[in-house]
Ligand binder design. Structure first.
Ligand SMILES: [Zn+2]
Length: 57
């Protein structure tokens, strides 16, 4: 998942749910990019970058 190509950031996240992906992406923005909150256009980019991977166990 490449959510911030302009910043040259190759951040990837794997999580069980979309909510978890958004939470981790928000934390990443806060820590790495000093963003206090995720702008709506960024949230839309993150959501559109989410891929569902099926795992057979
Ligand atoms: Zn980043």
């Amino acid at each position: 998942m490449d959510v911030e190509p302009k910043m040259g950031c190759a951040f990837e996240v794997r999580a069980e749910t979309e909510a978890e992906v958004m939470r981790i992406a928000g934390e990443h923005g806060k820590i790495v990019h000093k963003m206090t909150s995720m702008p709506p256009d960024m949230a839309a980019k993150v959501k559109s970058a989410i891929k569902t991977v099926t795992v057979n166990v």
